[in-house]
Design a protein around this ligand. Structure first.
Ligand SMILES: O=C(O)CCC(=O)C(=O)O
Length: 300
């Protein structure tokens, strides 16, 4: 699995330079590479290398996306939600795993991350028109069995092969290790022919990564959460996106109140369903759905 390191957040100056890029047109910046103790390191958390790795392998890990303080803050906020969250109801959700659904109704911690310009650049390249599908906190508890291997786009009855319709990102808020349930991936399986299923002999790679890292993976790659053989939980958050012409897994228009959505950045409003797939899929009464939000952000 390719592994890149972002130095974003490593120092206040770099954090500032990242902030100053938000909203600018040059987010698909070319990466400049340096060799750092044998690890290929980007000097910018850039789009192109991620897209190339996704096309080749179906998965790529970028370390150091969130600085440790931010990762700790978000984890603490999510922990409060998890305290009131029940465990899973089946083997896929995980009987000892907690899932925070309806994430954007419950926390503001991901508003900027979901529209990070580099992530948006990757989505533009891979999906074109897209929306949020399943933003979910996933805390794999001690004693959890490994999740069945699956590929996220299998829920859509599309003929195989098909173009990319799903792109997922797993944000680590604990160190992901082999022992605590790091996500398991079968690199290259996003290009398997129709009907092929994982065999014992297929190599599995673990997304072991420090807290603050992000694993990007395509909807066609086989993967699954790992077993947690430690005494402490493993927390990650998936921000999963799907092509704008398909139904998202979670119905955000019902799940997140219009009053809340109206306070969010327009791009995030669009990602939560207040958008059309050109020319007019998703209209309301013949008009752009954003016009039906209650607040001032409905000028278009
Ligand atoms: O928690 C993980 O590592 C992966 C979870 C996953 O793939 C899923 O629930 O669809």
């Amino acid at each position: 699995m390719r592994r890149y390191t972002s130095i974003i957040g490593a120092s206040p100056e770099r954090e500032m330079s990242r902030q100053s890029r938000i909203g600018s047109a040059d987010t698909a910046s070319t990466a400049r590479w340096v060799e750092n103790a044998g690890v290929l390191t980007t000097v910018e958390f850039a789009v192109l290398p991620i897209v190339e790795a996704l096309r080749a392998d179906g998965v790529v890990v970028v370390e150091g996306v969130l600085d440790p303080a931010r990762a700790r803050r978000v984890k603490a906020e999510l922990q409060q939600l998890l305290d009131a969250t029940p465990s899973g109801r089946n083997g896929f959700e995980g009987f000892d795993t907690k899932r925070i659904y309806r994430l954007f109704a419950k926390t503001r911690a991901f508003d900027d991350l979901a529209i990070d310009p580099v992530l948006i650049g990757v989505l533009d390249a891979i999906l074109g028109h897209y929306q949020l599908s399943a933003p979910t906190g996933i805390q794999i508890g001690p004693g959890s069995e490994q999740q069945p291997l699956h590929h996220d786009d299998s829920i859509y009855p599309l003929p195989v092969p098909h173009g990319d319709v799903v792109l997922n990102t797993m944000w680590a808020f604990d160190d992901f290790t082999a022992a605590n349930g790091a996500t398991r991936f079968l690199p290259g399986s996003h290009q398997w022919s129709a009907g092929r299923r994982p065999a014992e002999t297929d190599p599995v790679v673990l997304a072991e990564m420090p807290a603050g890292s992000v694993a990007f993976y395509t909807g066609s790659i086989w993967h699954g959460g790992g077993a947690n053989r430690t005494g402490v939980p493993r927390l990650g958050v998936i921000l999963e996106y799907v092509a704008a012409w398909l139904r998202p897994q979670e119905n955000h228009v019902i799940g997140v109140s219009p009053e809340t959505v109206a306070t969010l950045p327009v791009t995030l409003q669009e990602l939560l369903g207040y958008n059309i797939y050109p020319p007019f899929v998703g209209y309301v009464d013949g008009r752009h759905p954003r016009r039906f939000l209650p607040a001032a952000n409905n000028a278009e």
